[in-house]
Design a protein around this ligand. Structure first.
Ligand code: GTP
Ligand code: SPV
Ligand code: MN
Length: 612
């Protein structure tokens, strides 16, 4: 059986890469698929796979006159988000996973998952997806190969990564690559009918950092199954960055042009579903300013020979939160998806064959909701899952920056850390220096969202918005950030480091209203940031950093209660004093691994607040 199975795809493999062939053979022998398909990334392949997925009921083709070449997918209701409880960093030494990750000894995890993988592709196709994170023209292209038994994953990976025959070609016979194995964990017995969204109630999202290896089982969803994204570009990527002196971060990247024509590049780390995509595609409301998109979720950053920090977006598509997206909040996302070639997951379907979700204007009289049920505005339920997503090619973004394809990346002027907090955190504050900025990042807090399974709205520390994505000990990660501030280029120079800012678009007033209008109006905060870089904006020197004076923040033309702006900018010593025990408890988790300079920053904050 085994030899026959393997010959189904291996004899005619479009590569002679010995390690790749050996790995595909090994996986096929373990998982016993019916056939092996080497993905070439062609249009014909996309058409064949999406046709098959429509046939299987996994996808519904949208009206081609409204959303050409686009599809609607509904997942199993239990498979809707990342599963942090089931995500593991299986480093050889438990200490290297640190206190923020789940850990299991690599051999034990491999034994357990090998049992799960045995025969798990029976009745299915094993797809081999050669992909590259970041431009293929990079000095060292960052190759990966994902093996999956899900055609939905293949279609999504085609949108989200550079993948296909040209990547396999570029790998030659000896390129290193990240091995990424995925199965939905739903073998089919002969004659057994498939379900629309195969998955398994048992899920594991596992990383073996020393081997640059990813094993994922049981989920077909987003960050659990598109292994180039969070698993490679952040968890494995962060380990590579630690070892090689760069940073893999959960950050948007944007290019900002001022009315004087000066160009700045900004990255922003906000936790999942806290505003990266929206800021990355922002349409400024203040005259003369221009934003261009470079990335909406992940940035790889390294020092250039000139001593500046450069960022590249390793991704090729946008996997954005659907609810809340419309022409008022994020017009550029709407224009991007309007061009088609997109997958929509767990949103609602209109009678015209278009998609709809909460926040997209007035609800239609009738929809099919994300459960597949009839829905009307009186249903009293959300039509779309709060973590429903659009998956669309970044090249379709009308404001994509030309430098997107530059393997050298763009030089970063400012880094924003941001969270979703109803209280305490001011709209924007500027760090005193790099180490203070790392302190702001390391103590970042945010309310949990629907992007991960679990309770929503609970405040937790989410350092650099990377809590679920740091592939090693978070104490060492803070140390790596501190070390990066010493300059990685040939001409280390602190003055060339990006300035760090901490933002919060989500502060609320007494009536529960957002104090700041957000979205396009965030351009006003970007303007203040730029004016700080240029040394010409006023700020108050507060206990937590430099905060705009109310006059320094441009609110011209905004219909806002001035009291709300003052409240959004407020640094309330009592609220901050309440943070101190939480930060102390958080830092204590890391024991000896926490860089001493961060304790010193906490002491300095306490002194400024007058706390013992
Ligand atoms: P991931 O893709 O999960 O990493 O999320 P993200 O950080 O890219 O968040 P995204 O931009 O998709 O926004 C998430 C949610 O926050 C959406 O429902 C947005 O409508 C909402 N949102 C984004 N920016 C703002 C803002 O400035 N103010 C307010 N009030 N809501 C915002
Ligand atoms: C996130 O949760 O930060 C996302 C979505 O960007 S996922 O790809 O599922 O990780
Ligand atoms: Mn994200």
């Amino acid at each position: 059986m085994t030899a026959a199975t393997v010959s189904l795809g291996l004899e005619n493999a479009p590569t002679t890469h010995p390690k790749l062939l050996a790995w595909v053979r090994e996986v096929a022998e373990l998982t016993t698929p019916d056939r092996i398909v080497w993905c070439d990334g062609s249009d014909a392949e996309w058409t064949r796979l999406t046709d098959e997925l429509v046939e299987a009921g996994t996808l519904v083709r949208l009206n081609p006159e409204i959303k050409p070449n686009s599809f609607w997918a509904r997942t199993d209701p239990t498979d809707v988000a990342r599963v942090e409880e089931r995500t593991f960093i299986c480093s050889a030494d438990e200490a290297d996973a640190g206190p923020t990750n789940n850990w299991m000894a690599p051999a034990e995890m491999k034994r357990l998952m090998t049992d799960l993988y045995r025969g798990c592709m029976t009745g299915r196709t094993l797809y081999v997806i050669p992909f590259c994170m970041g431009p293929l023209t990079a000095e060292r292209p960052m190759f990966g190969v994902e093996i999956t038994d899900s055609a939905y994953v293949v279609a999504s990976m085609r949108v989200m990564t550079r993948m296909g025959a040209h990547v396999l070609e570029a790998m030659g016979d000896d390129a290193d690559f990240v091995h990424a194995l995925h199965s939905v964990g739903a073998p089919l017995e002969p004659g057994q009918a498939d379900v629309e969204w195969p998955c398994n109630q048992t899920k594991y999202i596992t990383h073996f950092p020393e081997e640059r290896l990813i094993w994922s089982y049981g989920s077909g969803y987003g960050g659990n199954s598109l292994l180039g994204k969070k698993c490679y570009s952040l968890r494995i990527g962060s380990v590579m960055g630690r070892d090689e002196g760069w940073l893999a971060e959960h950050m948007l990247i944007l290019r900002l042009t001022s009315p004087e024509g000066k160009v700045y590049h900004v990255t922003g780390a906000f936790p999942s579903a806290c505003g990266k995509t929206n800021l990355a595609m922002l349409e400024p409301t203040i005259p003369g300013w221009k934003v261009e998109t470079l990335g909406d979720d992940i940035a790889w950053m390294r020092f250039g020979a000139d001593g500046r920090l450069y960022a590249v977006n390793p991704e090729y598509g946008l996997f954005g939160v659907a609810p809340g997206t419309d022409y008022k909040t994020n017009p550029n996302a709407m224009r991007t998806i309007a061009k088609g070639n997109s997958l929509f997951t767990n949103v609602a379907l209109t009678d015209e064959g278009d998609i709809w979700w909460e926040g997209m204007g007035e609800p239609p009289a009738h929809l099919i909701d994300w459960h597949g049920h009839d829905w009307t505005p009186d249903s009293g339920e959300l039509s779309s899952h709060p973590n429903s997503r659009f998956c669309t090619p970044i090249k379709q973004c009308p404001i994509l920056a030309e430098s997107y394809e530059d393997p050298a990346g763009v030089p970063i002027d400012a880094i924003l850390f941001g969270g979703r907090r109803k209280t305490t955190i001011p709209l924007v504050s500027e760090a005193r220096d790099w180490v203070h900025g790392v302190f702001q990042g390391a103590t970042l807090s945010s309310e949990t969202t629907a992007a991960a399974v679990g309770q929503v709205g609970v405040v937790r520390r989410d350092p650099m918005a990377m809590l679920p994505f740091i592939g090693y000990n978070a104490g060492d990660y803070f140390g790596h950030w501190i070390a990066m501030g010493k300059g990685g280029g040939e001409t280390p120079d602190a003055a060339k480091l990006p300035k760090i800012f901490y933002v919060n678009w989500f502060r609320r007033g007494d009536e529960g209203q957002f104090l700041w209008p957000g979205y396009g109006e965030n351009s006003r905060v970007l303007k203040w940031v730029v004016e700080r870089l240029e040394g010409r904006a006023d700020a108050v020197d507060t206990a937590v950093g430099f905060v705009p004076t109310p006059a320094a923040l441009d609110v011209s033309g905004l219909d806002l209660d001035p009291a709300d702006v003052i409240a959004a900018l407020k640094v309330d010593p009592e609220e901050w004093k309440a943070e101190i025990p939480q930060i102390t408890e958080w830092f204590t988790k890391f024991g000896d691994k926490l860089p001493g300079v961060l304790w010193a920053e906490l002491d300095a904050l306490k002194a400024r607040l007058g706390v013992e």
